[in-house]
Design a protein around this ligand. Structure first.
Ligand code: ATP
Length: 257
């Protein structure tokens, strides 16, 4: 069964068609990328998949079930978790606390448990702490667990966001331009982390403008232009596709960068 199937997704904003009958399948294994020039409709597509926009037409199937227009929290609770173009961290909380917050969809302790601290809630807290520390190590921020998010350089904040998203134990992780604002070394590290997330069994679907990252990291790429899917294939196939090169207007260089 595919992890995700997008079937004829269309989004109109008044007279503007941001997505026009886009369909594709994301298998359970691997790293999947959506690329396309500015305004091609990538973010709108992500917003529909993750429940932030209701499609005008079409369906989103996750693990074989219809999740079209479900609220984002319910979609996340099912295991489809996303990050945003601009890191949305709790700047005043520490690295560890931020990741613990990301885990709350997988824990049952509420306010009463936090106040009364029954044995099961204490056990849950210990587990949350352990998992959060493992994830911080996993993205290479192990030595900064007690540092405030606001004190991290931007590149590390983006990695922290990935750790926080992983804390919710997603089976499908949507990354919205994870390399935006990262330098060359940080982008290489990000590529490695994405591959390792995939190796741990989480399917990764990303939107990205950094072609080097996409070509190196993705197993399969969908290309959008003016809201339509114009191609899909392996990185090699996509880079050689004349329609894709044309869409990027002189982008042959960009694609082979
Ligand atoms: N809420 C909205 N209301 C009206 N038009 C919108 C809205 N959101 C997006 N659009 C339009 O839909 C089209 C697709 O935008 P979208 O942000 O999905 O593209 P994108 O591929 O993510 O672009 P970028 O790479 O620049 O982030 C654009 O023409 C955009 O102006």
């Amino acid at each position: 069964m595919n992890r995700l199937s997008v079937k004829g997704l269309t989004k109109r904003f008044g007279g503007l068609i941001a997505n026009d009958a886009v369909s594709f399948d994301v298998p359970a294994e691997g790293v999947f990328a959506i690329i396309g020039p500015n305004g091609a409709g990538k973010t709108t597509l992500f917003n529909m998949i993750s429940g932030f926009h209701e499609p005008t037409e079409g369906r989103v199937m996750f693990e074989g079930e219809d999740i079209t227009a479900m609220p984002p929290e319910l979609i996340a609770a099912r295991g489809l978790v996303r990050t945003f173009q601009l890191a949305q961290l709790f700047q005043d909380l520490t690295v560890l606390e931020n990741v613990k917050v990301g885990r709350h969809v997988r824990t049952r302790a509420g306010l009463f448990a936090a106040l009364l601290r029954p044995a099961w809630a204490r056990q849950e807290e210990t587990n949350t702490d352990r998992v959060a520390r493992e994830l911080i190590d996993f993205v290479g921020l192990g030595s900064q667990a007690e540092v405030r998010a606001s004190a991290l350089p931007y590149g590390q904040q983006r990695l922290l966001e990935i750790a926080r998203a992983l804390a919710a134990e997603p089976t499908l992780l949507l990354l919205d331009e994870p390399a935006a604002g990262l330098n060359h070394d940080e982008t290489s590290r990000l590529s490695e982390i994405i591959r390792r997330v995939s190796a741990r069994g989480t399917t990764v679907l990303l939107i990205e403008h950094d072609m080097q990252l996409v070509m190196k990291t993705a197993d399969w790429i969908v290309v959008l232009n003016f809201g339509r899917k114009i191609a899909e294939g392996t990185p090699d196939e996509v880079q050689r596709n004349p329609g894709v090169i044309e869409a990027y207007l002189g982008g042959a260089e960009m694609l082979h960068d």
